[in-house]
Write a new protein. Structure first.
Length: 532
């Protein structure tokens, strides 16, 4: 009887195990089906010539990138066209389904169509051409009060927000996937553009070819300045490092080295860094709400980059002044009474020399009759930029102490930028094929089922957490210097800057699609690992 009971128990466990396994297999199948249905909708119903904006009303009556856009436009910045292309490549890698690769090819075609003659990219591409794009800049763009980068048609390319570097990286990635030579000319053109636009001292301008004619009153055109802001220099260095590692060409080592050295020569004597530097290598003002200043957030990022450069090269020169950056960050902490109960550690801007916090404010109702100014008063701070920030100084200290304690031989052993012979039985083109924005978080089955069930009857993932904007109705007319809009994301009804829509309106969002696809792909990968 004892053995009969044991056998019966084992049969029950086996039955339950088979049942659970069957349920898991069904969930994997449903996951793959959901991914494909959602992707087909985006590719076949949403895209414009293979490219994407950020969000759309479900009936496509209005659509937005960082600002409201024409139906003929696509946006390159994350989470737009390039992010969608990377997601398609991720899905192709996760499933092997050629549909995703074909979708990525369409993205690449759109990106290449919008590449400038010199080899870079603007924030957006308008398939209707320059006349349409100029009209957009002279209407919608011109009236985005806080979005000064869109108030002028420059007619050149930008490195801001990683636009050119991310587009080039995507072309490198899709080229590496199948070594298809059709992508090589555009990729080489982009590489040439990034190399040509680098200054001899190692930095890059925000935009190129250089322009100087769009300064505001009292402010020069800042786009020619050597720029650290929004990872302009970092993004280009990272792309060139990837080119060196994956294409196996040593020509990239010199511009990479000069780029990394720019971090050393641009560090202020106090230990901090500014966002951009003029021709005299002094911290400079940029947009009218970005005064001449040192920034704790930029300083933290630059110091962390120097530590990474040490890991990549084994050269201790990149460690030498990190302690100065740490000391400056400690010195410029906000007084306890200005931290909002510990929420913040620093002001966004710090005055060079005095180390006083600088705060930016605005008056007026719109871009035509409104302006920004700065002082030492932390009342009525900008919401769209943030007057205060929180810096993880202890993380920087720990990273520095850890690297500084290593034996140089240990660092050199893993330094990827030291010339060495390839020993792998593969071509260097297969090195480091990946999406830099990919998250490794694996959702549980309940979360996966929720994502699957949230796909609507038209195969869309809709969200009510969207951004909207005032439709363009003409230039601002209100002239009173009110403070009503001092701490809002948007001004009066003529301000076309985007703001959070709290009405419950549903939107079709590339960000929502990308997030859901990443989670579902991570779930599939985790199941595949269990099978392996």
């Amino acid at each position: 009887m004892k053995y009969i009971k044991m056998a019966a128990g084992m049969l029950i466990i086996l039955f339950l195990s088979m049942q659970i396994s069957g349920q898991s297999e069904k969930l994997v199948s449903n996951t793959e089906q959901t991914m494909l249905l959602a992707t087909k909708y985006m590719v076949e119903k949403v895209s414009t010539n293979g490219g994407y904006l950020w969000s759309y009303l479900p009936d496509f009556s209005r659509q937005w990138g960082e600002m409201e856009a024409y139906k003929t436009m696509i946006w390159l910045q994350q989470p737009g066209t390039v992010s969608m292309g990377n997601t398609f490549l991720d899905a192709y890698q996760a499933t092997g389904d050629e549909y995703y690769y074909l979708a990525a090819e369409k993205v690449a075609a759109a990106v290449i169509w919008g590449q400038s003659p010199e080899g870079g990219w603007n924030y957006m591409i308008d398939f209707a051409g320059d006349r349409s794009l100029k009209k957009w800049y002279n209407t919608i763009g011109k009236n985005g009060w806080r979005l000064e980068e869109f108030q002028h048609y420059y007619g050149n390319s930008t490195f801001d927000d990683g636009v050119t570097a991310s587009a080039a990286r995507f072309l490198l990635r899709i080229y590496q996937k199948k070594m298809d030579p059709c992508f090589k000319p555009a990729l080489e053109k982009a590489i040439g553009f990034i190399l040509e636009s680098q200054y001899p001292i190692g930095g890059w301008p925000q935009r190129y070819p250089l322009k100087y004619e769009f300064g505001k009153k009292g402010y020069p055109d800042y786009t020619s300045y050597s720029t650290l802001n929004d990872d302009v220099t970092k993004g280009n260095i990272d792309f060139l490092i990837l080119c060196y590692l994956s294409l196996g060409r040593e020509e990239f080592l010199d511009p990479i080295g000069r780029g990394m050295n720019f971090y050393l020569i641009s560090q202020h004597g106090s230990g901090g860094w500014g966002q951009q530097y003029d021709e005299y290598l002094k911290p400079a003002a940029a947009r009218t709400y970005e005064p001449e200043a040192l920034l704790p957030s930029t300083t933290f990022g630059c110091a962390m980059s120097l530590l990474r450069f040490y890991e990549l090269t084994g050269e201790r020169k990149y460690l030498v002044r990190v302690p100065d950056a740490i000391e400056w960050l400690e010195k410029t902490r906000l007084p306890d009474g200005q931290t909002q109960n510990g929420r913040y550690t620093h002001s966004t801007f710090v005055e060079p020399g005095s180390n006083k916090p600088i705060y930016v404010h605005r008056k007026g109702s719109n871009v035509i009759y409104g302006y920004y100014y700065s002082d030492y008063n932390d009342d009525k701070l900008l919401s769209h930029y943030g007057g205060k920030t929180s810096i993880r100084i202890e993380e920087l200290k720990a990273k520095y102490d850890s690297l500084n304690a290593l034996e140089p031989s240990e660092v050199v052993k893993n330094a990827l930028l030291l010339p060495s012979e390839f020993t792998e039985n593969t071509t260097p083109q297969k090195f480091n094929d990946g999406n830099p924005d990919f998250s490794s978080f694996v959702p549980d089955e309940a979360r996966v089922e929720k994502i699957i069930n949230s796909l609507d009857s038209q195969d869309r993932w809709l969200t009510n957490r969207g951004m909207t904007s005032n439709p363009y109705i003409g230039d601002g007319q209100h002239q009173e210097l009110t403070e009503k809009f001092a701490s809002t994301h948007v001004g009066d009804e003529t301000d076309t800057s985007p703001f959070r829509d709290n009405s419950g309106q549903e939107y079709l969002s590339t960000r929502t699609y990308i997030i859901n696809m990443k989670l579902l792909m991570n779930f599939l990968e985790s199941k595949q690992k269990l099978l392996d």
